[in-house]
Design a binder for this molecule. Structure first.
Ligand code: NAD
Ligand code: WQD
Length: 335
């Protein structure tokens, strides 16, 4: 089976490509390298022994995409490509709406033109906004989303539902990721944020490695047991395997699945787990809360377990250990 992976050289895409190759799938990657590097292709080849076909292309380039669908005998698409920085989306909403929505529309039109009807889409727990926790797929979506990035995920989900309604052959999976962290255990691929990391785990890793002096913990007076925010962290290899399961159990229509562990971990718990797993010190201070942060959310992961036969197997300790392996190895492997 031949899978077109958009954004396949990015953080989650690259790990999913590894999981797919290891399951015997043939891969074509399309990525414009706006947030990734060509060296990831070589590292995928080092891990798997297979170098996937790669096209450097912006997904908004309809003619270029049409050419790729004409060359590659695509059976299904996994669509990771898009912009994902929450804060940047507040500063540059037009860019986020243009890139994320337009890329998806262009992709859907190319799929329609080439008779491809299976799609797995990278959605996000952010679509639940202010719904009560734990979030289940039946929870209300679209209320209380605090940024344009999250709105694009919500809008694309709606677009996919409308397209699925119009196409009796459509089989779409909408995967709502919780907080992806960690790296491939080889330390060869991982998350490589440009500039100051926005997310907790890469920041912790950079403090542990001495690249940054200390972590600011955004608030310790939330209504949680230790006062810091609680999230559902998921190892990126569990997430990658979730995509394989979604593909193997894809069904008619548009179906949303939570990909999370169902377990909440506070910021302080994560920091201490990292110190325990790596033996490295992580200096931190308590800072004011960050605008838009919810005190607590985590998944009800039951639907993915029952319908996809998938659940997480890796612990927070695994996430910390593999993040550290990537942090320490990546300087050597970065080309
Ligand atoms: P990433 O930035 O590492 O990967 C995205 C990839 O898409 C990059 O390689 C980038 O170069 C490419 N890309 C961006 N715009 C493109 C375009 N117009 N045309 C072609 N390629 C383009 O991000 P990631 O963390 O791997 O996230 C992948 C997907 O998962 C995104 O859609 C993101 O919104 C979603 N998601 C991520 C998280 C997270 O915390 N990382 C959580 C929920 C959902
Ligand atoms: C986790 C916790 C912070 C950095 C974001 C997006 C979400 C999804 C995943 C794409 C929070 C705290 C963080 C720091 C800290 N992405 N923190 N100091 O905000 O849960 O989710 O990424 O869909 O849409 O919003 O993840 O890693 O930024 O933060 O104290 O330097 O760590 O306040 O409680 P978040 P995060």
């Amino acid at each position: 089976m031949h899978i077109l992976v958009t954004g396949g050289l990015g953080y989650i895409g690259s790990h999913t490509v590894v999981a797919l190759i290891e399951k015997g799938y043939t891969i074509t990657i399309v990525d414009n390298l706006s947030n990734s590097s060509l060296s990831v292709l070589d590292r995928i080849a080092r891990i798997t022994g297979t170098k996937p076909a790669f096209y450097q292309l912006d997904l908004q380039d309809a003619a270029g995409l049409d050419d790729i669908f004409s060359i590659a005998p695509v059976d299904a698409v996994i669509h990771f490509a898009g912009l994902k920085a929450v804060g940047e989306s507040i500063q540059r909403p037009l860019t986020y709406y243009r890139v994320n929505i337009d890329s998806t529309l262009t992709l859907l039109e190319a799929m329609r033109a080439h008779d491809v009807h299976k799609l797995v889409f990278s959605s996000s727990a952010t679509v639940y906004g202010s719904a009560p926790i734990p979030y289940s797929e039946e929870s209300l979506v679209g209320q209380g989303i605090t940024n344009p990035y999250g709105q694009t995920k919500y809008m694309i989900e709606q677009i996919l539902r409308d397209v699925a309604q119009s196409d009796p052959d459509a089989e779409f999976s909408l995967l709502r990721y919780f907080n992806p962290v960690g790296a491939h255990p080889s330390g060869l691929i991982g998350e490589d944020p440009k500039g100051t990391p926005n997310n907790l785990m890469p920041f912790v890793a950079q403090v542990a490695s001495g690249q940054r002096e200390k972590l600011s913990i955004f608030g310790d007076s939330y209504p949680t047991p230790d006062g810091t925010c609680i999230r559902d962290y998921i190892h990126v290899m569990d997430l990658a395997e979730g995509h394989v399961a979604a593909l193997e159990h894809i069904r008619p229509g548009a179906t949303a699945y939570n990909l999370g562990s169902g377990i909440g971990t506070s910021v302080l718990e994560l920091v201490h787990a990292f110190i325990d797993a790596t033996g490295k010190d992580v200096a931190y201070e308590i800072a004011p809360p960050r605008a838009g942060d919810l005190p607590e959310f985590y998944a009800n992961p039951d639907l993915a377990a029952s319908e996809l036969g998938w659940s997480t197997t890796r612990s927070v300790e695994d996430m910390c250990r593999d993040t550290w392996a990537w942090q320490t190895n990546s300087a050597k492997t970065r080309l």
